[in-house]
Design a protein around this ligand. Structure first.
Ligand code: BTN
Length: 277
């Protein structure tokens, strides 16, 4: 008897679909799509050491070893979510690189807003109704004291899915918060890159990479702004009112005595006093 091979049909999502929607001048024009890969961040970094160009985009339908922040895993099943990494080779100082995550959070927020109103939880989670739909992991490689490359990885929960028990009240997916919309994963990626490219070029050209004009745009999207937050600082936890970011991308937290602490994302995380946001 002749057995027919049935392949997973992923024709609506792939290199051609993404390339067809891109509206950028240079970002993502060197595009690599994988049905399955360990991690788009890991692949981007490998490609960077092999000479991949500035703006290379790596997209996967599935990751077998997706990386989250703080050494966590990012569960990455096939056929449902967005996983991509943008590789950049900026000429500015390594200190400026952490701010790129904020630019990417803003770009994701603008793209997701097309489907459902969302906000940024400092520094770089995108939330809908207080639940996370997107995480961003930025990894930096130095050469001496200069940046060799930056890999900005974005994971967006798009299709319906079950979350692990510990995430159930903290995470959501776009399909659950905008069930009437059909969401194009390639369209999302193209929209994100369009906004990110414009913000990145302004940022790269700015004096000392200060977030001058961008700061107000970012703060307008910030779910924490004006809310009481707990700063989980390894040197001691404390609470205060989040006032938004400064030009260095640090979160300003006002303490009860009126003092304002500038919190740097690499050192601490921030939680709402009643939960995640
Ligand atoms: C977080 O913990 O919030 C960050 C999650 C980042 C996940 C994305 S998925 C695409 C890219 N590749 C990875 O291995 N991680 C990032």
């Amino acid at each position: 008897m002749h057995m027919q091979n049935i392949h997973f049909d992923n024709t609506e999502y792939g290199e051609r679909q993404i390339a067809g929607q891109l509206q950028t001048a240079w970002m993502g024009r060197d595009l690599h799509f994988y049905e399955s890969i360990d991690s788009t961040n890991a692949r981007a970094q490998l490609m960077a050491t092999e000479g991949a160009s500035d703006g290379t985009l790596i997209v996967a339908d599935k990751q077998t070893a997706g990386r989250g922040r703080r050494g966590r895993n990012w569960i990455s099943p096939a056929g449902t979510n967005v996983y991509f990494t943008l590789l950049l080779k900026p000429a500015f100082s390594p200190q400026a690189a952490s701010k790129l995550t904020l630019l990417m959070a803003y770009a994701v927020k603008c793209a997701v807003d097309k489907y459902v109103s969302c906000a940024i939880k400092w520094p770089n989670d995108i939330v809908v109704n207080g639940q996370k739909v997107c995480g961003i992991l930025t990894e930096l490689r130095l050469e001496g004291t200069a940046i060799h490359h930056v890999a900005i990885g974005v994971g967006i929960n798009v299709g319906k899915q079950e979350f692990a028990q510990e995430l159930a009240d903290k995470a959501t997916c776009l399909a659950d918060v905008c069930p009437d919309e059909s969401i194009s994963r390639s369209g999302l990626i193209a929209d994100i890159l369009k906004v990110f490219e414009a913000e990145y070029e302004a940022f790269a050209a700015a004096d000392e990479q200060k977030l001058k004009g961008f700061r107000d745009k970012y703060n307008a999207c910030l779910v924490n702004k004006g809310r009481e937050v707990c700063v989980l600082d390894p040197k001691g936890e404390y609470c205060g009112i989040a006032r938004g970011i400064n030009e260095d991308g640090e979160l300003l937290v006002e303490l009860s005595d009126g003092m304002v602490n500038a919190v740097y994302a690499g050192e601490v995380s921030v939680r709402g006093i009643y939960g995640y946001v």
